[in-house]
Design a protein around this ligand. Sequence first.
Ligand SMILES: [Zn+2]
Length: 318
Amino acid sequence: MAALPSTFAAQEGTVATVTGDVAVRDLGMVLMHEHVMVDFIGADKVSRSRYNADDVVRVALPHLREAKELGCQTLVECTPAFLGRNAALLQRLSQESGLHIISNTGYYGAAGDKHLPAHAFRESARELAQRWINEHRRGIDGTDILPGFMKIGVDAGALSDVDRKLVEAAALAHKATGMPIASHTGDGVAAHQELDVLESQDVSRDAFIWVHAQNEGDDGQLKRAAERGAWVEFDGIGPESVERHVQLVKMMAEAGHLARVLVSHDAGWYHVGEEGGGNFRPFDTVFRQFVPAIREALGEPAVTQLLVTNPARALARR
Ligand SMILES: [Zn+2]
């Protein structure tokens, strides 16, 4: 019997969702990078008293249900701690929408460190890693909800001391937990320095997701990251950027790197502090516009690879 094409091969492993462990082969179509809610006030002022959870549900739930109706089965929620992460709220939204939702641990050092708590500057990489390992073992913020991955963030250019420390902490926590590391990354220079840190810590580069890679203008940097084994995530898909994302995916496919590409909207964003959460962007363009365009350009197997197989591989604890 002929071997199944690799895109349809069963995926091994599990990932923690906000309602418990799920085998990655059962995740179905995955949106790898979205946000239900974000609070940009800063780490020193962020607080649950700044919003009403029922109002967030009122706004976000119809969009989650719409994604489900369009075929999405899993949504990876990338809002980190100190930026509005609320695992209990995500659990409620998962139960009410029927979507698997995956939350995270880790700290966000981009945006000039505004979203880092004071202890992130004081503590060592090992101490920070231990906090994230503890969340992986015991749960997030006093719940028993476990993170499925790490979300960190670094600014563009050469890594600052604190950004480098976050990457080192993520490497240590990865070795203890197997959780993948998704990093909001300013540009290719930062991405490759992050990969250098992981290499020096002996962490497999396929544990690393270069978040917002669509912002890198140099295709060479993107291909080199894939050659080094990293996941390259084009996560800014919206009505105005479908074409650019299709081009990026085609460029990577032509270079033989389709198996290293992830896609998503980076949409949603109930903005805490704005009336009614401001302008919530829907999770639909991937299904309504991007998938048909990829199907036409690269065929149905590429759609499965981008939305099912690659996410399963990227999310599996290793
Ligand atoms: Zn994001």
